[in-house]
Write a new protein. Structure first.
Length: 300
């Protein structure tokens, strides 16, 4: 089960038991990152926000619903997804990042390309969220270090086209933890400040449903790495499989929100720094409930 355990150490301190990342919100609870896919083919909401004006409106709505961060991505990373050109990714994300940042929102850029990260930071993004952990683009770590911004480093075993074929582990939690620690060392060696490195176990990326549940069930081991932890379970297939109907058909992505919020509450109660979700309202409530319970001392 998810447990609180010891507080995760952080060189820059804690706010009410949660890690603080410089330059980002620190509300004294687990943060909520709202997903904004400016893509035609994301697994859950592909095409809904491809138009820039609609995407900007959705980003503002996510903020009003309780998102502390809005994560803008212009390239799908669902299993089997192919790549888009750099020019197309830039065309999709830059107007959205620029307008949301100008509105005063804390925006992150979801990309594996250093050029896209740099361009988005140049128009107001505060955070780089890289599902490849710097492995897809050898220039990424230096770009982040030069910018001096926080960096989400996810566990990654390869591109979306064949990542599920790489879901082979002995002890998934130990192997993911080891890989994250090594990538963190690489980021720090490249000049990224240790207190600005955020780790993400990569639920659903090169992992089976059983692997995802093991990572969630032993989240205290991931927290024990000593860096802020981001958990991204929102609407993912392993939740759909858990909630399958009598015929075995998985529950559709948009009907996985209660399960997503349950994971958000458990992850927040355990001490996760942030949850990344599509439906902000439910998880914004969930992390506040977790903060209230955690503050009571019942999870200590």
């Amino acid at each position: 089960m998810l447990t609180g355990g010891a507080e995760p150490p952080n060189a820059l301190g804690l706010a009410a038991g949660w890690p603080v990342v410089p330059g980002l919100p620190a509300p004294g609870r687990c943060l909520v990152m709202g997903v904004l896919n400016v893509t035609p083919d994301s697994f859950s909401d592909g095409g809904r926000w491809l138009d820039a004006e609609r995407a900007i409106g959705q980003g503002r709505l996510l903020a009003t619903q309780g998102a502390d961060l809005v994560d803008v991505g212009g390239e799908s990373t669902r299993p089997g997804a192919g790549r888009v050109s750099e020019d197309e990714e830039l065309r999709r994300v830059l107007p959205v990042v620029r307008e949301l940042a100008a509105s005063g929102l804390a925006v992150s850029i979801d990309t594996t390309r250093a050029t896209v990260a740099a361009a988005a930071l140049g128009v107001g993004a505060l955070l780089v969220n890289d599902v490849s952990g710097g492995l897809a683009d050898p220039s990424m770590l230096a770009t982040v270090a030069d910018a001096g911004v926080p960096y989400v480093l996810m566990h990654w075993r390869g591109p979306s086209t064949d990542m599920q074929a790489r879901a082979d582990y002995g002890d998934v939690v130990a192997e993911v933890s080891h890989a994250l620690a090594r990538r963190r060392d690489s980021a720090i060696s490249a000049g990224v400040h240790p207190g600005r490195v955020i780790l993400d176990p990569g639920l659903g990326f090169g992992k089976t449903a059983a692997h995802n549940w093991q990572l969630l069930g032993r989240v205290h081991e991931l927290l024990g790495l000593g860096s802020p932890l981001l958990v991204g379970a929102s609407r993912k297939a392993f939740l759909g499989s858990l909630l399958a109907d009598g015929s075995g058909a998985p529950r559709p992505p948009t009907r996985r929100e209660a399960a997503t919020a349950a994971v958000s509450a458990l992850a927040a109660a355990a001490g996760a720094w942030c949850v990344r979700v599509h439906d902000v309202s439910a998880s914004a409530d969930a992390v506040r409930v977790a903060a209230a319970v955690r503050a009571s001392g019942d999870l200590r």
